[in-house]
Write a protein that binds this ligand. Structure first.
Ligand code: C2E
Ligand code: MG
Ligand code: MG
Length: 322
């Protein structure tokens, strides 16, 4: 029956304005009670969707386990800040030529059930449960506080913090940022905020207003993971972007294929035409470092220069250098 429903719905629907093409995903569940059946069929339907368009799937125990673990994670995450389970790691961004650290990027970690979780394990959950605003503000506050500590220890650096597209949905971010900067006596120009291309795709107008206000405070706007999204150059040009981070997938192709060196070259040329500085992400080898230096990337980040680590690691490092 599911297959027949999917087939019938995949036929074109001639409407007066145009012909519409739709696809259907079907979830199937067998339960005693109606509301259980609807919930389980819904879970199975989303699973079918994740497999691709026009599929059907049965609800089973593995789906039940997966759904429960997402709910458990969300519940645990809700109390993570209060219980002190979140931690910010820092990864250096260096000047390509001197290899001197000029910026630290704040990367959040979650110590949960004896394991350090990386952002892709919980940021999507935080985004879908509205916890991201609270976590984002906590990361910002912690990073700025640690910036003050790093500077007191003689490091002449600034701080870069990742921002979720959801934090740009309303206009509260500039106020939050200003409050945190004031609390710690840090200038706007000592902070960079990293956004992804998706911000430039959906609802450009609202995001632009917020980004313009942040830029007016002196905050540098950084476009993260550049090259893998679909932002148009025209939109990019209208945004107050100061830096552009070339996605690590391009850097990792260095030495593997020639075309990616050409791509990085094209990106740096475009960036310089837009008066935007470039940062190469994910630099792991000396070969990659040599190429990106040759291609005029001013800044670089990656395991070659340093892995993300807690503040204590970088304080020790600055003590050793003195
Ligand atoms: P991102 O901002 O692009 O951060 C770079 C990611 O690449 C980090 O992963 C970093 O550990 C990893 N990386 C750095 N150098 C290398 C390298 O040489 N090779 C390889 N293979 N990987 C490298 P991480 O820490 O797991 O963070 C993943 C993503 O999560 C970040 O990507 C960022 O988009 C997001 N994120 C991190 N912290 C926050 C946060 O506080 N708020 C929000 N909204 N997102 C965050
Ligand atoms: Mg980033
Ligand atoms: Mg990135």
């Amino acid at each position: 029956m599911a297959r027949r429903i999917i087939e019938r719905l995949s036929e074109p629907f001639p409407l007066s304005a145009a012909t519409a093409y739709v696809s259907a995903s079907v979830g199937i569940a067998d339960a005693e009670r109606l509301h259980d059946a609807i919930r389980e069929a819904d879970t199975a339907m989303y699973h079918a969707k994740s497999l691709g368009a026009s599929r059907y799937a049965f609800f089973d125990e593995s789906l039940r386990a997966r759904a429960t673990s997402a709910i458990e994670t969300a519940t645990a995450l809700r109390g993570a800040i209060r219980r002190g389970e979140l931690e910010v790691y820092y990864q250096p961004i260096v000047a390509t030529k001197s290899r001197k650290t000029v910026v630290y990027e704040a990367l959040v970690r979650w110590n949960w059930q004896g394991r350090v979780r990386t952002p892709n394990e919980f940021i999507p959950i935080a985004e879908s449960t509205n916890l991201i605003e609270e976590i984002g503000e906590w990361v910002l506050r912690t990073a700025i506080s640690d910036l003050v500590t790093l500077r007191a220890n003689g490091q002449d650096v600034t701080m870069s913090v990742n921002v979720s597209p959801m934090q740009l949905r309303d206009d509260s971010l500039p106020g939050i940022v200003q409050r945190v900067l004031d609390t710690f006596g840090v200038a706007g120009a000592d902070l960079a905020l990293e956004i992804t291309e998706s911000v430039l795709i959906d609802d450009v107008g609202a995001a632009k207003t917020v980004l313009d206000r942040l830029a007016a405070m002196g905050v540098l706007i950084v476009l993260d993971d550049f090259g893998i999204g679909y932002s148009s150059l025209n939109r990019l040009r209208k945004m107050p972007i100061a830096l552009l981070k070339i996605d690590k997938s391009f850097v990792h192709e260095i030495g593997v294929s020639d075309s990616d060196v050409q791509l990085i070259r094209a990106i740096t040329a475009m960036a310089s035409a837009l008066s935007v500085t470039t940062v190469a992400e994910g630099v792991e080898t000396e070969e990659q470092a040599a190429i990106i230096e040759q291609l005029d990337c001013r800044f670089a980040q990656g395991y070659l220069y340093g892995r993300p680590a807690p503040i204590a690691h970088w304080l020790l490092e600055s003590a050793q250098q003195r």
